[in-house]
Ligand binder design. Structure first.
Ligand code: ATP
Ligand code: TPS
Ligand code: MG
Length: 323
């Protein structure tokens, strides 16, 4: 099947039609209308074979995850998903693979009212780059820079499940299907992000791990924080590993969580508790923002945790100085 046949058959109509798409797949550019009073939020993420997913991974899941990580960035700004573009690099034109990929991508796009409006298809080592475009009322986006001393730090869902799935797979151990799902099919917290407009002062999505990603909020806001490990929301799988090893790197630094971490003034804590019930999503306070710089991680016995690695890094510091 030719490049243009593939595009026409699998990528010309993914996601719902939208009235703000003046021109979608098929011309040199897409043409998109930004509604009055809205600001465009844009983010791009690449998933590379062997780095972000295993080469033999279910292509439907690769389609899902390649869009989910971008949706998670939109969620972290409080933005509403609108349009996506997709750059697909494939070693061969395997129609079964492409159909399954488009199914996973299209299902998630439809669930969030997002239309695929363009892209690029080339031959090469398998990699997928997705640019997402979202809309947020002007002035309402939630940045990393708004955290203030005295605010509560919350996270959604549970932490470390995807990291545990990856660790078990790399060790050749069996992985429970629910854990595997957390790694391959993360659920971006888009509704939560939108509901936190006007409530959260700062927000980030957790792609590299709580310690590192919260560190980005602290740096952008010029504040510090205290985290209490006993408050971390863990599934029994992760809790067992932590209890057996006293190693907190899974929930703090393994990455791939795609949960939201956000800060709220104390007066808004009851709103967050109600939101948790409305959305049926666990929202857990894990610590406090303070004015002293740095991240202080408290163990259940009150002692201080020597910080593990700060989070996933494609070019870790061991390379520093080498060029
Ligand atoms: N090659 C690049 N050129 C320009 N800006 C970049 C480049 N790579 C990253 N950035 C920007 O640097 C910032 C941090 O990038 P990063 O990819 O770590 O985003 P993130 O949201 O923290 O993580 P994730 O990619 O997991 O969503 C973002 O504002 C991003 O747009
Ligand atoms: C096969 C395989 N090996 C390792 C990982 C773990 N991993 C890769 S990139 C990343 C951080 C987020 O990426 P980015 O910073 O590029 O957004 C994490 C946690 C995986 N998912 N699959
Ligand atoms: Mg992000």
């Amino acid at each position: 099947m030719s490049e243009f046949d593939l595009i026409g058959r699998y990528f010309a109509a993914l996601g719902p039609e939208r009235s703000d798409v003046v021109l979608g797949v098929g011309d040199d550019c897409a043409l998109l209308e930004i509604p009055a009073g809205q600001t465009l939020a844009v983010s791009i993420d690449t998933l590379a074979s062997g780095v972000h997913f295993f080469a033999d991974c279910d292509p439907e899941h690769i389609g899902h995850k390649s869009l989910a990580v971008g949706l998670s960035d939109l969620a972290a700004m409080g933005a509403e998903p609108a349009w996506a573009t997709l750059a697909l690099t494939l070693p061969e034109s395997d129609e079964n693979w492409i159909r399954a990929f488009a199914t996973g991508f299209g299902r998630l796009a439809s669930a969030h009212g997002m239309r695929l409006v363009g892209g690029d298809t080339t031959r090469g080592p398998l990699s997928v780059a997705v640019q997402v475009h979202g809309l947020v009322p002007t002035g309402a986006a939630i940045r990393r820079s708004g955290a203030r001393p005295g605010e509560a730090i919350f996270v959604s869902g549970t932490l470390g499940d995807a990291g545990l799935a990856l660790r078990r797979k790399l060790a050749g151990e069996p992985v429970a299907p629910e854990l595997w799902h957390r790694l391959e099919c993360p659920e971006p917290r888009v509704a939560l992000g939108r509901h936190l407009r006007g409530i959260a002062s700062a927000m980030i999505d957790l792609s590299d791990g709580l310690a590192g990603d919260l560190g980005h909020i602290l740096a952008a806001s010029a504040v510090g924080a205290e985290l209490e490990l006993e408050r971390l929301p863990l599934t029994s799988w992760v809790a067992e590993v932590v209890a057996a090893t006293d190693d907190w790197s899974l929930p703090l630094a393994s990455g791939d969580d795609y949960e939201l971490c956000f800060c709220v003034p104390p007066a808004h804590i009851p709103v967050v508790e109600r939101l948790s019930e409305t959305l049926g999503l666990t929202l857990t306070q894990v610590g406090w923002i303070r004015s002293d710089a740095g991240l202080d991680v408290r163990r259940p016995d009150g002692g201080q945790l020597r910080m593990p690695a700060r989070g996933y890094d494609h070019f870790p510091a061991a390379n520093d100085g080498a060029d």
